[in-house]
Design a protein around this ligand. Structure first.
Ligand SMILES: Nc1ncnc2c1ncn2[C@@H]1O[C@H](COP(=O)(O)OP(=O)(O)OP(=O)(O)O)[C@@H](O)[C@H]1O
Ligand SMILES: [Mg+2]
Length: 470
C-alpha cells in the first residue's frame, strides 16, 4: 500500500521536525516539510498530499521569529485558488474559538491547538478522512436518489411512470414509430425527447414540428422541402424537416391535426422510407424515426373520418400513454421539489425551501387539468409571489383552493367563484350539491334529501327555486 503523504508547514524548526517524526511513526503516512508559506504552497501545488498541516502564524524566514503577517488564512485562500483539494488542518499556539470558526469558514477541515500530541494528530487525520468519505458518500447518494426518480429530466416515481421508463428503455433503439398520448401538459414532448436522446440516434438531430401550428399549404414544403420555383414564393430550394432529421428523430406533435392530404403523404414515407420535395420529380431516401404525439383520441378521429385508418394503424404500433397527473399523485410532491429547485435558481437571491403543510394539502388534492405544465406554472408563480421561506396557501392561485365541487355536466369542472360574496356562492354550491345528490340517487328525492341532510319539502322548495326538474 502506498503511504498517504502529509505536508507540514511550520515556521518553528522544533515543531515541524517533531510533527514530522510523529507522521513517520504512523505506518500509513509519510511526511514532507516546509518552513514557510511560499515553500508550502510550492510543494502543495506540485504534489498530491492527502493532508496539509499548516501553522496559523507563519513568519517569512522560517525560524519562528519576525513578522506575523503571513497566516494560514492566506495559505487557505491561495491553496483554494490553485485548486488544491488536500484536507487542510490549521494549527495554532493560541486556542481561540473565533480562530477555529474563521479557519473552517475559509475551508480548513479542522483546527488543532498546540501543543499537539501524537494521539491528537493521529485522531485528527483519521477524522478528516472519515469526513471526506462521508461527504463523498453523501454526494453519491444524492445522485443516486436523483437518478432513481428521474430519467432524462423526467421526474417521477409512480409505478405508471416507472413502467413508461422501462418501455422507453426497451424501444428506444428501434426504428418503429412510437405514438405518445396523454392530456395536455403530461410530458409527451419530454418523453419523446427521452426516446431520442437515450437512443443510438442521439448524435443525429431531434427535429420537432407542430402539425397543428403551420398552415396546411406550408406544412407540406416544411416537412418534405421544395425545389426552386415549386410555387410562387419558392425563390430557392429548401430542405424539408425530414431531411433535417436525417439519421435522427422527427417529432410530429399534435399528429391529429395533420391535414388529410398530408396524411396520405406521411403514410407513403412510412412505407417507402423516401420523400419527394414539392415540385420535384426525384425522391430522396430518408432514415428517420418518427415519434408522434397527440392529446386527442386518434381512434375517435378515425371514427369521425378525420384521420385515415391506415395511417392510424401504421402509427399506433407502439403507444406510450402518459397518465394524467391526478392519477399518479405520488409524483406531485417530487415534481414540486423539482420545480422549487429549478425556479430557486432563476429567481435568486430569494430562497424557498418548501411548501407549508396546508399549501401542500391543496396541491395534493387539486385535479391538475393542465397536468405537470400547470403544476410547474403554479410553483414558479408562487416562488415569485411568496414572502416566506415556504410557499403558503395565499401564494397559490385562487382556483386551486376555492371549494371544488363537480359541476352538473361532466362531473369534472371546478367551482370557481367569480366574486367572493358568500351569499351568491352559497346558492351556487347548494344548487350543485343538490344536483350531485340527485344524480347519485338516480333522482330519488327522499334519498337525496337524506344525503343533503335537509327535509324533503325543503329539497322540493329549493329544486323549484333553482329551476331543477322536480
Ligand atoms: N415528469 C416530468 N418531470 C419534469 N418535468 C415535466 C414532467 N412532465 C412534464 N414536465 C414539464 O412540463 C411541461 C410540459 O411538458 P410537455 O411539453 O412535454 O407536455 P406535453 O404533453 O407535450 O403538453 P402539450 O400537450 O400541451 O403539448 C414542460 O415544461 C416539461 O418539462
Ligand atoms: Mg407538447
Amino acid at each position: 500500500m502506498t503511504k498517504k503523504r502529509v505536508l507540514i508547514i511550520d515556521d518553528e524548526f522544533e515543531i515541524r521536525s517533531l510533527l514530522g517524526k510523529y507522521i513517520e511513526k504512523m505506518k500509513d503516512y509519510e511526511p514532507c516539510i516546509a518552513k514557510d508559506l511560499r515553500e508550502g504552497l510550492e510543494l502543495a501545488r506540485n504534489n498530491d498530499f492527502e493532508h496539509i498541516l499548516c501553522d496559523y502564524y507563519l513568519s517569512p524566514n522560517g525560524n519562528g521569529a519576525g513578522r506575523d503577517d503571513q497566516t494560514a488564512i492566506e495559505f487557505l485562500r491561495r491553496a483554494r485558488a490553485a485548486g488544491i483539494t488536500s484536507n487542510i488542518i490549521v494549527m495554532s499556539g493560541k486556542a481561540e474559538v473565533d480562530m477555529a470558526v474563521h479557519v473552517t469558514k475559509m475551508g480548513a477541515v479542522d483546527y488543532l491547538a498546540k501543543p499537539i500530541t501524537f494521539a491528537q494528530l493521529e485522531f485528527a487525520l483519521k477524522r478528516a478522512e472519515e469526513r471526506e468519505k462521508l461527504f463523498k458518500e453523501n454526494v453519491q447518494l444524492k445522485q443516486q436518489v436523483e437518478e432513481k426518480y428521474s430519467f432524462s429530466n423526467i421526474v417521477a416515481r409512480s409505478p405508471q411512470m416507472e413502467r413508461i421508463f422501462s418501455v422507453i428503455e426497451k424501444v428506444k433503439d428501434y426504428k418503429t414509430t412510437v405514438l405518445v398520448t396523454g392530456e395536455s401538459g403530461t410530458g409527451k414532448e419530454l418523453v419523446s425527447r427521452a426516446l431520442h436522446f437515450n437512443s443510438i440516434r442521439k448524435h443525429a438531430p431531434f427535429v420537432a414540428v407542430n402539425c397543428g401550428g403551420i398552415p396546411e399549404n406550408l406544412l407540406e414544403s416544411e416537412l418534405f422541402g421544395h425545389i426552386k420555383g415549386a410555387f410562387t414564393d419558392a425563390v430557392r430550394s429548401k430542405r424539408g424537416l425530414f431531411e433535417e432529421a436525417q439519421g435522427g428523430t422527427l417529432f410530429l406533435d399534435e399528429i391529429g391535426e395533420l391535414p388529410m392530404t398530408l396524411q396520405v403523404k406521411l403514410l407513403r414515407v412510412l412505407q417507402e422510407h423516401e420523400i419527394r420535395p414539392v415540385g420535384d420529380t426525384r425522391t430522396i431516401k430518408v432514415d428517420v424515426r418518427i415519434v408522434a404525439a397527440t392529446a386527442r383520441n386518434l381512434g375517435e378521429l378515425v371514427r369521425k373520418g378525420r384521420f385515415r385508418e391506415d395511417l392510424y394503424y401504421r402509427i399506433n404500433v407502439l403507444t406510450i400513454v402518459i397518465p394524467p397527473l391526478r392519477e399518479r399523485r405520488e409524483d406531485i410532491r417530487l415534481l414540486i421539489n423539482h420545480f422549487i429547485d429549478k425556479y430557486n435558481e432563476v429567481i435568486k437571491p430569494k430562497k424557498v425551501t418548501g411548501v407549508s403543510p396546508e399549501a401542500m394539502q391543496v396541491l395534493m388534492n387539486y385535479r391538475w387539468p393542465g397536468n405537470v405544465r400547470e403544476l410547474e406554472n403554479v410553483i414558479e408563480r408562487a416562488l415569485v409571489l411568496t414572502e416566506h421561506e415556504t410557499i403558503q396557501i395565499e401564494d397559490l392561485p385562487l382556483n386551486l383552493y376555492a371549494m371544488e365541487v363537480p359541476s352538473e355536466g361532466d362531473g369534472k369542472g371546478e367551482f370557481i367563484p367569480e366574486a367572493l360574496s358568500i351569499k351568491k356562492n352559497a346558492k351556487k354550491i347548494e344548487k350543485r350539491l343538490i344536483t350531485i345528490a340527485l344524480a347519485k340517487t338516480n333522482g330519488n328525492k327522499t334519498q337525496a334529501a337524506q344525503l343533503l341532510e335537509i327535509s324533503l319539502p325543503a329539497l322540493l322548495y329549493k329544486m323549484k327555486e333553482y329551476g331543477l326538474n322536480t
